[in-house]
Ligand binder design. Sequence first.
Ligand code: PLP
Length: 301
Amino acid sequence: MARLSRLSPVRGGRVFLCNSGAEAVESALKFARLATGRKKIIAAMRGFHGRTMGALSATWRREYREPFEPLVPGFEFVPYNRMDSMEREVDDETAGVILEVVQGEGGVLLGDGDYLRGVQRLCEERGALFIVDEVQTGFGRTGRMFACEHYDLSPDLLCLAKGIAGGLPMGAVVMGPRAADLPKKVHGSTFGGNPLSCAAALASIDYILTERLPQRSRTLGSRLKKGLEGIPSPVIREVRGLGLMVAVELKGPAAPNLAALADRGVLALSAGRNVMRFLPPLVITEDQVDTVIGRVAEVLA
Ligand SMILES: Cc1ncc(COP(=O)(O)O)c(C=O)c1O
């Protein structure tokens, strides 16, 4: 907890430990309601926050939500990167606003720095908590230890998981001063903070720092992005990304191309119908990046 508190961009830094990304989000939503005494949560269109009922209620895509409705009441969606909509929606009933710095599942859509800082300021002014979900972007993925650092953000609640413990199940919420006075024992989890996951997290964080993986992610991410941008294919609409979180948006469906890539030994994900998403391990080598670029070029030729 002390390590996360020192490392994270959240000032104050009390930490709640849990077991997954969805559980971190679920906890942050509860903390926001408890700290403010308000009910409304604002989330972004195309956002993804996990598959438990609260996290799913903050998740945009119909395919994820519909089979499990009715979901938790009190959630509203606004377009991402649109300050005017956010200004209209955040009011004195709003407990929290939850956003990703880069929308991963949504298609690797980059948040605008002014927008994200503006939402943070708006939350502060109107008494809502600013919740940032860095489950996917945390721990070096985007070229900084936390994506918040690109834009100098200091959220009230920061949700972490995935890369935190090098593959062992772990999640965390780092809480700033406006959420620090919550009573203890108001929320909990049997295996949250278990010694095995904590030891793995400490070892992973040490490795990420000593091997300078955020810097590596920045350098190799820009190599990957440039290489993909250089592919002369008529089916590519756009290449975008931050660090080793890179997407190729196609003019047609991603699925057949992803299958063809898998046949050539390259595992990539979809993000929506038309987007191929590349999130390689941060220890990928330059040669491997070049191989990926070559295989993508073959498939999209
Ligand atoms: C931004 C974001 N939030 C939350 C989650 C949920 O994390 P988990 O699968 O560990 O529950 C994910 C998983 O992909 C994610 O990308």
